[in-house]
Design a protein around this ligand. Structure first.
Ligand SMILES: C[S@@+](CC[C@H](N)C(=O)[O-])C[C@H]1O[C@@H](n2cnc3c(N)ncnc32)[C@H](O)[C@@H]1O
Length: 457
């Protein structure tokens, strides 16, 4: 496809996304079904541009003076992808596939400064001032929905725009080196072909820098090291969250919200196939991939307890050294990877997640033995999904106390000295750890650890 057609496609998809409020993936799949001439490279380019638009939707709208899909697409191409003005203008005007010639306002917003001086654009000081004011608003500078501003300011205060800007950047491809299968050195050597590098925070993590958004991402899951189970694709924040289970060799561990098993596999590696690991999820469909993932990863100490098979957890009540609760949440911490979700989140959904979180805390805590621990994790930075839920739980359960999460993370033995220094800056007043991409270049995670008083204590 030519640039003209790709531009029109991105505009059509974003219009559809706005209208139907479906995931961006769905809007792209539906568009592709109706436009079969588009090849894999076209789809990757269009998808990359749409994702970048959604990452920076508010600041692009302010810069363009207009939030329509057309303005956002043109703005992203010029401002974020730094395409030459003439190329964009020609593609827009190209018949029959272009979205239509640039308007005077678009010329002004997209033209370079030397053009501006001699054009009518330079004269409009009022408009320029309005844009500057809009860009100073936290939800515009930080590119998040305006209704979330009080929630975000509550947690990040005046740092909100800076921190939220980091959530509007592209994400790297992070990987976990699976020490159950082979050494870190061997896996890193095998990952040279995809230009992976070590991460100075965690000894078992590697990273491929955020790929060019206009091209197909490197296929990590097709390289031999992946198929041999030497490596898992897993965000660094998620890997650090798993570390909060601490020194768990030989322990009895329940992953209560195991889902597809990303954290389960990390926990299994930390246990070095000793002790007993249980994986449970209320939704049996979510557990399905874990069966073959665990096999590929060489996990031998795992029991998957699926509610579908009537396999309950009654026999585990009050017996676990560690219960890991990676709770359902808004996913706000993953906005770099899934920027469409920030615009689809509603207040009602947030309340639903809060009820689910209260339920998970109550249920999961029953399996902790006296003296044992419950690790609370969400991929959300919002206090409503974390501090508030924990405070309500602790208010009703005085047999639990919150303990410093950083100490537990460090006791895993996987964090480097530099990593420990960075993580110290992520500790909250309550002793939890809140990871944000401005500090660790990873998804946002909240990690807290609660200890159940021992019978003698
Ligand atoms: C954040 S996801 C888990 C992701 C997973 N731990 C991973 O690392 O890949 C949260 C999971 O909690 C599950 N869940 C929600 N409510 C639950 C409940 N009351 N009991 C158990 N699992 C629950 C959901 O089905 C979902 O799979």
């Amino acid at each position: 496809m030519r640039l003209s057609g790709r531009l029109s496609a991105a505009i059509e998809i974003l219009d559809d996304f706005e209208k139907r409020r479906v995931p961006l993936k769905t809007a792209i799949a539906d568009w592709s079904r109706n436009n079969r001439y588009a090849g894999a490279k076209d789809r990757a380019w269009i998808s990359g541009l749409c994702l970048d638009v959604l990452r920076k939707r508010n600041s692009l709208a302010a810069a363009m003076g207009n939030g329509s899909a057309r303005s956002l697409v043109l703005g992203a191409l010029r401002i974020l992808w730094v395409k030459p003005f003439d190329e964009i203008a020609d593609a827009a005007a190209e018949e029959p596939h272009g979205p239509g010639a640039l308007t005077q306002d678009e010329v002004c917003a997209l033209g370079d400064e030397s053009d501006m001086a001699s054009s009518p654009c330079g004269a409009d000081e009022v408009q320029a001032e309005e844009r500057a004011i809009a860009l100073g608003e936290p939800h515009v500078a930080g590119d998040f929905p305006e209704w979330l501003a009080p929630h975000i300011e509550r947690v990040f205060g005046e740092d909100a725009p800076v921190i939220m800007s980091a959530f509007a950047e592209r994400a790297d491809i992070d990987m976990r080196l699976n020490t159950l299968k082979t050494s870190q050195e061997k896996t890193l050597a095998a990952l040279k072909t995809v230009k992976a590098e070590t991460v100075p925070i965690l000894t078992t993590a590697a990273r491929i820098a955020a790929p060019d958004p206009s091209e197909k991402a490197p296929g990590v899951t097709v390289i031999p090291a992946f198929n041999k189970g030497w490596v898992e694709v897993q965000d660094l924040g998620s890997q650090i969250a798993a570390c909060a289970a601490g020194a768990i060799k030989g322990a009895q561990v329940l992953d209560y919200c195991a889902g597809g098993g990303g954290k389960t596999l990390a926990l299994a590696a930390m246990m070095e196939n000793t002790g007993q690991l249980y994986a449970y999820d209320r939704d049996p469909r979510r557990l399905k991939p874990l069966f073959h993932r665990a096999k590929r990863a060489g996990v031998r100490n795992l029991q998957i307890r699926s509610p579908a098979g009537g396999e309950g957890l009654d026999d585990l009540s009050g017996k676990m050294d560690v219960v890991f609760a990676d709770a359902p949440c808004s996913g706000a911490g993953t906005w770099r990877r899934h920027p469409d979700t920030k615009w689809r989140l509603t207040e009602k959904q947030l309340q639903t997640r809060n009820s689910e979180q209260a339920l998970v805390l109550g249920e999961a805590s029953q399996f902790v033995k006296p003296g044992g621990r419950m690790v609370w994790v969400t991929c959300s930075f919002l206090m409503e999904e974390n501090e508030d839920r924990l405070a309500a739980f602790l208010n009703d359960h005085d047999e639990f106390v919150q303990v410093p999460a950083l100490e537990c993370i460090l006791s895993s033995g996987l964090i480097t000295d530099d990593g420990a220094d960075i993580l110290k800056t992520c500790v909250t007043p309550d002793g939890a750890v809140r990871l944000t991409p401005d500090k660790i270049r990873a998804d946002g995670f909240f990690i807290a650890v609660l200890e159940k008083r021992s019978l003698s204590g």
